[in-house]
Design a protein around this ligand. Sequence first.
Ligand SMILES: Nc1ncnc2c1ncn2[C@@H]1O[C@H](COP(=O)(O)OP(=O)(O)O)[C@@H](O)[C@H]1O
Ligand code: SF4
Ligand SMILES: [Mg+2]
Length: 357
Amino acid sequence: MAITFEQLQAQLDEKPSVHLEVLDLAVTYKTVKGSFHAVDNISFEVAPGSNLGLVGESGCGKSTVVKALMRLTPEDAALSGRVLVNGADLIAMNAEQLQKVRWTQIALVTQSAMNSLDPVVRVGDQIVESIRAHVGTSYATAWKRAEALFAMVGLPAARLREYPHQFSGGMRQRTVIAMALSLNAGLLLADEPTTALDPIMQDQVLARIQALQKSLHRSMILVTHDIAVVAETCEMVAVMYAGRIVEYGPTATVLTKPLHPYTMGLENAFPRMPSGDGVRPPLISIRGGLPNLLSPPKGCRFAQRCPFATERCTTEDPIIDIKASSHVAACHYPSRAEEFRRKAAEAETWNAMEGIT
Ligand SMILES: Nc1ncnc2c1ncn2[C@@H]1O[C@H](COP(=O)(O)OP(=O)(O)O)[C@@H](O)[C@H]1O
Ligand code: SF4
Ligand SMILES: [Mg+2]
């Protein structure tokens, strides 16, 4: 039976929060050169109402993780491990069970989603359709919801009557964000959701998403290569490197007192506030690139680029044991972190990694 707009809003507001537990997740892609684990040994948790930032350089497996959490990896990719959504294992679900979870409990917004808008259907109708595919409500009620969603992402309601080609890239991206928010899912996966927007609009849209998520006790995994965005948005952060989480912890602690040399290097590559003497620290990049996962190196995957690597690092794989709000890293030398941080702040430390291109 059709419901009123107020009933629809109430129904969406009352939806349960999501508690996500990821246990030993691995994704194997098949390529012509062979199979490789794009991500492996991934375990973490997102508590109801909290935000987790997922950072790391391009190709480290961030999108693969979020796609796996929606079971949207390509068909020939193998998934293993467990993804528990309020206790139910998504990896073990059949198509029918999945349909009840996707978009209603977990929603995904990606940068490429804006290209998936149907060019011959008015934007408003596309939002209405996506709402009505999951909730029994009239066209008029769903349209009202679309208007509310457009207001949320800062677009005028009148533009719901237009077609995607009449929209700028930024407007299309805000449209797919509105769609991802349309069913008020307990967990929002946002994979570089605002990269097509200018910085001011990025901040506005993220702030709106965040306020909404907080007020309704929703959680979010925010994938970005921008550490500053994570600092503003997420309580917890996971740093990925070569298919693994290498550091995890409360964002403020990870950013001020990183334990993993990769995180230290990643921070150096970002513009930071000037220190007390008004001098802005130099931008230093980590030399080299990600290892080839078709034949991953023995030991620590960062060893080749790490200025602090020892012989142990090239033979023994450092493990990481992520628990709730702990601060942990996959490095053999957590007790030397302070020394590493001091040295990592100097360009010479990284420049000394000669021979790595
Ligand atoms: N469908 C696919 N088939 C084969 N390899 C893939 C596929 N999608 C991604 N990859 C590879 O998996 C690795 C991780 O990619 P991705 O998860 O997109 O990283 P990120 O989002 O951090 O940039 C990369 O080496 C990428 O080339
Ligand atoms: S385990 Fe060794 S190579 Fe890896 S990050 Fe720590 S010091 Fe560097
Ligand atoms: Mg990606």
